[in-house]
Design a protein around this ligand. Structure first.
Ligand code: CMP
Length: 138
C-alpha cells in the first residue's frame, strides 16, 4: 500500500553540501515529497525526538550532533515507503551500507550518518507530526 515515511538530512549532510544530491536520489527513487523544510532542532527537541535512545551510551553525542546545525526534515510518500526508504539509505553504519546507498555515498561514521529514516509506519507518523503541522503536508 502507499504510505509515508519521515526523513532528515542530518547536520553533516547539510554541512557537507549534499542536500541536492540526496534529494535527487530520493525523488529519482519514486518518493513524492509531502512536506519539507530546513530547520534546526533545539536540545529539548532532540532529547524528545530520540527519547527511545536516552539510556544509550551515545545519547549525549547524538543530541549534540543533531543540534549543531540545520537539518532538512521531510515526509515522503510511496508504495512501501518505510521499508523502501531504509533500503535506499543503507545500514546505520556506513561501513556496512550497501554500495550506492545514501549512507555509503554520503555518511562519514555511525554517528554522523547523513540521513534518518523511520523504522515503522507508526514511528513515521509520530516523527512527521513532531516536525510538521497538518497544513504543511501536501
Ligand atoms: P538513526 O538510526 O537515524 O537514529 C539513531 C541514531 O543514533 C543513529 O541514526 C545514529 O546516528 C546514532 N547512533 C547509533 N549508534 C551509534 C553509535 N554507536 N555511536 C554514535 N551514534 C550512534
Amino acid at each position: 500500500a502507499t504510505n509515508r515515511t519521515f526523513t532528515m538530512i542530518k547536520p553533516d549532510g547539510v554541512e557537507n553540501g549534499h542536500i541536492g544530491a540526496i534529494l535527487e536520489k530520493i525523488t529519482a527513487s519514486g518518493f513524492r515529497i509531502v512536506a519539507m523544510k530546513l530547520t534546526q532542532m533545539t536540545k529539548a527537541d532532540a532529547e524528545a525526538f530520540y527519547a527511545v535512545h536516552n539510556e544509550r551510551p551515545f545519547f549525549g553525542e547524538l543530541v549534540e550532533f543533531m543540534t549543531r546545525g540545520p537539518i532538512v526534515a521531510a515526509i515522503l510518500e510511496k508504495e512501501n515507503a518505510v521499508a523502501d526508504f531504509r533500503t535506499l539509505i543503507g545500514a546505520t553504519n556506513p561501513a556496512d551500507a550497501a554500495e550506492g546507498t545514501i549512507r555509503a555515498l554520503y555518511a562519514t561514521s555511525v554517528g554522523e550518518n547523513a540521513v534518518h529514516g523511520s523504522d515503522s509506519d507508526e514511528n513515521a507518523a509520530i516523527e512527521g507530526a513532531f516536525h510538521f503541522a497538518g497544513r504543511e503536508m501536501f
